[in-house]
Design a protein around this ligand. Structure first.
Ligand SMILES: [Fe+2]
Ligand SMILES: [Fe+2]
Length: 196
């Protein structure tokens, strides 16, 4: 596999001290992974899709556990902004779960993937515009760093690569259900914030 591919979630070694920079970088990785899934086929598409599902699951879960609660409490108009973001995330997660149960060869796969992409990208833009800018203005360096640590803890919850021999067994065997990934990411984020 060419090494031009988007890094696996959890393979990110940057010393993140700013949660906003970290999340915006993940938005970029997510966008690139959608490109990789759309432009590949066969095993390569399956692999790219698996990485996309994992990154989306940990990214959205970390935002729900770490940054949305902070924005709700500590930014002007935070309550309404966060409600809108949560509704978008709920829609994206529903499409993601449906897709995750589908094989990449299913004829419904690409249309659903494009639906997910549209939803996820509109959501990411809204986060950057209406939420992240306020977090940057209102959070001090300690808060930005503590939130970054919790997001990274969520990201580190599962092996980034499937075990040898498991990969060829089927679409998403190594990944497990999206819901289980999200549960583990949630626990890790809570623990990192001292709520575990
Ligand atoms: Fe989000
Ligand atoms: Fe996001």
């Amino acid at each position: 596999m060419p090494d031009t591919h988007t890094p696996h979630a959890g393979d990110d070694r940057a010393a993140d001290t700013d949660v906003v920079a970290l999340l915006i970088r993940q938005h970029g990785d997510i966008r690139n992974l959608f490109d990789e899934v759309e432009q590949s086929s066969g095993e390569e598409r399956r692999d790219a899709f698996r990485r996309l599902v994992r990154l989306l699951a940990v990214h959205e879960t970390a935002e729900e556990e770490v940054v949305h609660p902070w924005a709700r409490r500590s930014t002007p108009g935070g309550e309404g902004v966060v409600e809108d973001r949560l509704a978008e995330e709920k829609e994206a997660k529903e499409i993601l779960s449906a897709l995750d149960e589908m094989d990449i060869d299913d004829q419904r796969f690409l249309p659903q993937l494009r639906r997910l992409r549209t939803a996820v990208q509109q959501h990411a833009r809204a986060e950057e515009r209406y939420e992240f800018t306020h977090i940057r203005r209102n959070a001090d360096a300690d808060a930005l760093a503590a939130m970054a640590r919790a997001v990274k803890a969520a990201e580190a919850i599962a092996p980034t690569r499937p075990h040898p021999g498991v990969e060829s067994a089927g679409a998403n065997v190594a990944l497990g259900p999206v819901a289980a990934l999200m549960d583990r990411a949630k626990d890790a984020a809570r623990k990192a914030m001292g709520k575990g």
